[in-house]
Design a binder for this molecule. Structure first.
Ligand code: PGA
Length: 250
């Protein structure tokens, strides 16, 4: 059985002192969960979070990385740099990065490969826009994004990739996909992985839902057949609220 993986995405929020307070409070609230708990934090919080999460069940991730190992890329941070301080996860291809920072399927693919080269676990985001949804293109868009993101990876690497299905129209809008809709989209992503990499891989890969997950809808979403947890933005900024999402099955 796949385990549930619940990741917070703080986006561009939280100063180090706030992050430290958060982890002190949050670690106590989630210490008894059997679910995997990840906090994806801004670069400037990473080291503080790693120090303060030591000895807890909280894993720390970044929200982006560059695909090169080092070099003349002013302002960028590499996977090697993340690994060097103990980061374990990295979000790749979030829709905000695709939309505002020209992230493409090709750069997403390169970053995933670089993440694995540095022993980081990628959390790869895919999802359709409202126009694409209304045009009936959801399945085509999300299966294509998935296929291009994973191109050239080994079966073992695909198994170790976390995919986050995040319909763009549901992110930060308070509009959540219905659990049935989200589950169906996630099934189509899993089927695409099965078609390319086989059933053993597709049955093992973790596929999360993201987009206005909160404590009031987490249980309904996470108890469907194919949704293996969530990537949570706004509701991950408060330790109480996020701990309720992590503890949805308590
Ligand atoms: P949201 O964001 O939970 O605030 O909708 C989710 C995300 O962008 O990962």
């Amino acid at each position: 059985m796949r385990k549930k993986v619940i990741a917070g995405n703080w986006k561009m929020n939280m100063l180090p002192n706030e992050a430290i307070d958060y982890i002190q409070k949050f670690s106590d609230l989630v210490k008894d969960t059997e679910n995997e708990v990840i906090l994806c934090v801004p670069y400037t919080d990473l080291f503080y979070c790693l120090m303060n999460a030591q000895g807890t069940n909280i894993k720390i991730g970044a929200q982006n990385m560059h695909f090169a190992e080092s070099g003349a890329y002013t302002g960028e941070v590499s996977g090697k740099m993340l690994k060097s301080i103990g980061v374990e996860y990295v979000i790749i291809g979030h829709s905000e990065r695709r939309q505002y920072f020209n992230e493409t399927d090709e750069s997403v693919n390169k970053k995933i490969k670089a993440a694995f080269e540095n022993e980081l676990k990628p959390i790869v985001c895919v999802g359709e826009s409202l126009e694409q949804r209304e045009a009936g293109e959801t399945e085509k868009i999300i299966t294509t994004q998935t296929r291009l993101a994973l191109e050239g990876l080994s079966e073992e690497q695909v198994k170790n990739t976390i995919i986050a299905y995040e319909p763009i129209w549901a992110i930060g809008t308070g509009k959540t996909a219905t659990s049935e809709d989200a589950n169906n989209s996630i099934k189509s992503i899993r089927n695409e992985i099965k078609r390319i990499y086989g059933e053993e891989v597709s049955e093992n890969v973790i596929i999360q839902y993201g987009g206005s997950v909160k404590s009031s809808n987490a249980k309904e979403l996470f108890t469907t057949s194919d949704i293996d947890g969530g990537l949570v933005g706004g509701a991950s900024l408060k330790p109480d609220e996020f701990s309720k999402i992590v503890n949805y099955n308590k």
